[in-house]
Design a protein around this ligand. Structure first.
Ligand code: ATP
Ligand code: MG
Length: 259
């Protein structure tokens, strides 16, 4: 069965999409079969993998709202082992349309049920609305990216509460896989302080891997490439390569400890 991991934080611009794309790419490089699900109407994951969101006749919206089988919507990427369930702008309408639908929180979970992958990564939008709830219900684990900036911890309490509420009422198997520090600048005391603060709040949960602030990571999406294929020698690439190893280790540990 696939390990399904939601990348979530209702705060905008913290590195959810960058993490989804590049973690996905390095998991795939490690011979895992990976599906990336773009659950954000901004469709940044879709375009970041070189797929034009305006060229899609059908996308994730159609699985969520119109029950189109997800397998019919998945597109291959040029990157071996990495496939994409893309978003198109109409996904923004789903947030409202889902409200009146039966089992509205379980639409994504149902859409992903029959798919055969090792890892499914879900890029959530920057809100705690129904789309993100669908992401958390469809996942077994959550990664929370936290930007190494002032106010980094703001809103995290609400996010943790939401995760706990989903776990209690909708998806008992959900757990926090880890908190990931992103856009870290080792030369600033602020980054170091934020790191210490996040560790204090989430002992045992912060990934050892810290993603540095690296311009190559910001450039790669405009070429439709993950960092593994844009600049594999960059510091950003090294960060996400290491993260992929850590994620596999944590996910496997979790699996064996269940038995
Ligand atoms: N480690 C990094 N170093 C430099 N730039 C980064 C890094 N991570 C992300 N960025 C850039 O920061 C911006 C926000 O990142 P990203 O889109 O991944 O965040 P997000 O949480 O998905 O945003 P949103 O909430 O809007 O979906 C993007 O322009 C991205 O290229
Ligand atoms: Mg994003």
């Amino acid at each position: 069965m696939a390990q399904v991991i939601a990348i979530a934080n209702q705060k905008g611009g913290v590195g959810k999409t960058t993490t989804t794309i590049n973690l996905g790419a390095y998991l795939a490089k490690g011979r895992q079969r990976v599906l990336v699900v773009d659950l954000d109407p901004q469709a940044n994951t879709t375009s970041g993998l070189g797929v034009d969101k305006n060229d899609l006749n059908r996308a994730l919206y159609h699985a969520l709202v119109e029950d189109t089988p997800a397998a019919e919507l998945i597109v291959r990427t040029p990157y071996h082992g990495l496939e994409l369930l893309p978003a198109s702008p109409v996904l923004a309408a789903a947030e409202l349309e889902l409200v009146g639908m039966p089992a509205r929180e379980f639409r994504l979970s149902r859409a992903l049920r029959q798919l055969e992958y090792d890892y499914i990564l879900i890029d959530c939008p920057p809100s705690l609305g129904l789309l993100t709830i669908n992401g958390l219900v469809g996942a077994g684990a959550v990664i929370i990216p936290v930007q190494a900036e002032y106010y980094a911890l703001e809103g995290l309490g609400q996010l943790i509460q939401t995760i706990q509420r989903v776990k209690k009422g909708l998806n008992p198997s959900l757990h926090l896989l880890g908190v990931l520090l992103t856009m870290h600048n080792g030369r600033t005391t602020l980054s170091t302080q934020v790191h210490a603060e996040v560790k204090r709040h989430f002992p045992d949960k912060v990934f050892d891997t810290i993603i540095p602030r690296n311009v190559r990571l910001a450039e790669a999406p405009s070429y439709g490439k993950p960092i593994s294929h844009y600049d594999s020698w960059s510091k950003g690439a090294k960060g996400y390569k290491q993260l992929a190893k850590e994620v596999v280790k944590r996910a496997e540990k979790r699996q064996t400890s269940k038995v």
